[in-house]
Write a protein that binds this ligand. Structure first.
Ligand SMILES: [Zn+2]
Ligand SMILES: [Zn+2]
Length: 187
């Protein structure tokens, strides 16, 4: 697991209302993630989808134009939050990365799992639909805002309201702490 990833900390802190992001913002976030982990450019587009039902996202390739389209399930992001948005983007970008190397196979081969883990520092293989949601509650030490997450976060998370108000500064007092009474240990 990735513990302290300042890049992701910063990215998360910048995102507010993740399910209401403009598609240009979605694209910017996706490109940033891809470039950060691979030092390459993501050529394609990223769209919201209201049609996807059983997955968090998918990716399609246009062989002629040599680009890709990622579709993100908006209801999924609304339900599971920005941490999960980033995880599913990493997942789709792993498909893209392998595709660029002509290693496209449908599904999730051992090479897929290894690339996801080694290059993109994630282990998000399956969407979270079947898991219990919002098990972990975090609160801002400064303003008391609450952030609910489906997974335990092994790095610092910051209150996006406070960070935004302070023009992007990641101060210790804006760190969100887990609220123990609301945590349920995983089954
Ligand atoms: Zn996949
Ligand atoms: Zn705050």
């Amino acid at each position: 697991m990735s513990h302290q990833e300042p890049f992701i900390e910063k990215l998360c802190a910048e995102i507010t209302n993740e399910d209401l992001l403009e598609e240009t913002e979605l694209y910017r976030i996706t490109s940033q993630i891809y470039c950060h982990y691979t030092r390459e450019s993501f050529l394609g587009d990223v769209k919201w989808s209201n049609r996807l039902k059983t997955s968090g996202a998918n990716i399609r390739y246009n062989r002629e134009k040599e680009n890709a389209r990622i579709q993100i399930n908006r209801a999924y992001v609304k339900k599971f939050g920005k941490e999960e948005l980033i995880e599913i983007l990493k997942h789709e970008l792993t498909h893209y990365y392998l595709y660029k190397r002509k290693k496209w196979k449908h599904g999730h081969s051992s090479e897929f799992v290894k690339t996801l883990k080694d290059i993109f520092k994630s282990n998000c293989i399956e969407a979270k639909y079947n898991e219990e949601i919002y098990r972990y509650h975090y609160y801002c030490q400064s303003c008391g805002s609450v952030y609910k997450s489906t997974r335990k976060i092994h790095r610092r998370i910051f209150c996006s309201k406070c960070v935004k108000k302070d023009r992007g500064q990641l101060k210790d007092t804006y760190q969100m702490k887990i609220r123990d009474s609301n945590t349920i240990s995983p089954k």
